[in-house]
Design a protein around this ligand. Structure first.
Ligand code: G3P
Ligand code: CA
Length: 273
């Protein structure tokens, strides 16, 4: 059913495609992001990891085993090794009757670099925001963030355009990773991801400098009042991963600011968009 499409502050609820339109198309591939943009997603979510030769690639797991035909840790492989793997064949296409033929086989199976994803957004003729999650930041002691900011700088995205909200935000479960980003790029919004609520965050206050809270849907379901507490503490609230219609309804009722979902088309339809 269609539900109200704005939070109590009157801001529209953003629909963010988690790993692209990843229910239908293999996650983190160019095809998954193309589909999310076609589906009308307001923003895209991606995870980034460093390869052995210092490239940022969009891969969720620390190893490539689940989502490719290869084996091993992303951090032990060079970009050329990853480029030789197939990141698409592991997944069927339940929601895409015409796929995989609909996509260039490379776009549906090749490893995606952050640079290529930013190029796709740049080529798009409407505003599409990007939420980038730093994975495994502690092992790399600052290199993930350093490289990330270098890439964003190249696209002029390390700070918002004057008078506009930032098109990019950096997310992490690690407050240390977010602090590094805040120090190097103070105008870039950061999202503190939460798997569970630590006692020191129960009142809604998050690590210094963090503007956006990223609670798991599980937290919101168990404690709906927490969204209002986060809002009162001055944070926006971006909830993940919201795939069930009843969870979408709850998020809208609570006035969350963004819904991060594997099925952006279905969520947009539910929102009447
Ligand atoms: O958007 C946040 C969410 O992606 C965090 O969990 O494991 O899917 O990266 P995960
Ligand atoms: Ca993620």
């Amino acid at each position: 059913r269609a539900v109200q499409d704005a939070n109590p502050g009157g801001r529209p609820v953003q629909v963010v495609a988690h790993r692209g339109a990843s229910e239908d198309v293999p996650e983190h591939t160019l095809a998954a992001y193309r589909k999310a943009i076609e589906d009308g997603a307001d923003a895209l979510e991606c995870d980034v990891r460093l390869t052995a030769d210092g490239e940022l690639v969009c891969v969720h797991d620390w190893r490539v085993n689940r989502t490719s035909n290869g084996r091993g840790a992303v951090s032990s492989l060079e970009l050329a090794d990853l480029a030789a793997l197939d990141f698409g064949s592991w997944k069927g296409s339940p929601g895409e009757p015409e796929a995989p033929d609909r996509y260039d086989p490379g776009e549906r199976s090749r490893v995606l670099t952050l640079t290529r994803l930013l190029e796709l957004i740049h080529e798009t003729d409407r505003r599409v925001e990007l939420a980038i999650e730093t994975k495994h930041p502690t092992r790399w002691a600052g290199q993930v963030e350093e490289r990330l900011l270098e890439v964003l700088r190249r696209f002029g995205l390390d700070r918002p355009a004057p008078g506009e909200p930032s098109a990019v935000r950096v997310m992490s479960f690690s407050s240390r990773s977010l602090r590094r980003v805040q120090t190097a790029a103070p105008d870039l919004p950061t999202v503190y991801l939460m798997q569970y609520v630590l006692p020191r965050h129960r009142d809604g206050r998050l690590p210094a400098g963090v503007r956006i809270a990223g609670p798991a849907m599980r937290i919101v379901r168990a404690n709906p009042g927490y969204v209002a507490r986060l809002h009162r503490a001055g944070h926006r609230v971006h909830v993940w991963t919201v795939d069930r219609p009843e969870d979408v309804d709850l998020c809208v009722e609570l006035g969350v600011d963004a819904i991060i979902t594997n099925r952006p088309r279905q969520v947009l339809t539910q929102l009447g968009r």
